[in-house]
Design a protein around this ligand. Sequence first.
Ligand SMILES: NC(=O)c1ccc[n+]([C@@H]2O[C@H](COP(=O)([O-])OP(=O)(O)OC[C@H]3O[C@@H](n4cnc5c(N)ncnc54)[C@H](OP(=O)(O)O)[C@@H]3O)[C@@H](O)[C@H]2O)c1
Length: 296
Amino acid sequence: MPNILITGGTGQVGMALSRMDWPKGNYLYVPGSDELDLSDEIAILDYLEASAPFGAIINCAAYTAVDKAESEPDLATAINADAPFHLACYAADNDIPFVHVSTDYVFDGTKDAPYTEEDPTGPLGAYGASKLAGEEAVIRSGAKAVIVRTAWVLSPQGQNFIKTMLKLGRERDEIGVVADQIGCPTSAADIAETLQAIALRLLAHKKAPTGIYHFVNGGETSWHGLAEYVFARAARAGLKTPKLNAITTADYPTEAKRPANSRLNTAKIGHDFAIQPRKWQEAVDDILDILIKERP
Ligand SMILES: NC(=O)c1ccc[n+]([C@@H]2O[C@H](COP(=O)([O-])OP(=O)(O)OC[C@H]3O[C@@H](n4cnc5c(N)ncnc54)[C@H](OP(=O)(O)O)[C@@H]3O)[C@@H](O)[C@H]2O)c1
């Protein structure tokens, strides 16, 4: 009966994963960053040595502050590349599955179609570079590993675009949202289901597929399109909504450059793991159901 280590349990994906129903006999260990600080190599090695043996590791923790990473590249690299390497080496040494989460930001966004797993990478900033280094480190470890790249993660918890829009909608009469970056809004709960399905498959079948896979919800939109969808739904629920203007990336300068095209092709995960993502609108509806109900 495996002990499963889940990192990042206070984050959007890790929280959704640790709150899921797991088949009987799987024991979850979800240490917080106070118990397992992934920026500290010695702390990671000590934690792994002191713990009961793990039968699988799912790494949902990451340094996710995209703009701040530009001024803290070493910390981003420690958490996003060095830590996954140590965890994956433990997995390799103990011949256990390792499931890791990565990002669309490994791409430069210039492709005119959704990215496949075979497309060349080319991160635009320190965060994307650290996540790419993490993918390479996991592969280098030799672990039986699946790396799931996802994008535009949304959930009722934590910091994300939907929550920011609902807040701005309450506070402002007019807002501008970038309309020239396109991607696939993706529910943390759906990513969690995917990670669980992959981990259970790897635990059950020694010859289960490994490697890099893309998972995002179906369809595509821009940040402006997503904001429009959120405000239409908020307005129907009787909430105050702002006038929404479409702006360009150039109108909204940030520390880190972001890919204009964040779309990910999910055919490979459909073929190898029979995972078929639902449409982003359905996923966003579920999140809005919770967030709009929670409003006083
Ligand atoms: N958010 C997105 O839009 C997005 C897009 C594409 C890919 N991804 C990837 O998806 C995965 C999950 O993202 P998310 O949105 O769930 O992230 P999140 O909500 O920002 O959560 C990050 C998690 O990592 C933990 N963490 C950070 N530094 C740590 C440290 N030094 N030691 C231990 N734990 C640490 C945090 O713990 P504390 O709360 O204690 O800091 C938190 O639990 C990540 O691999 C991310 O790169 C995210």
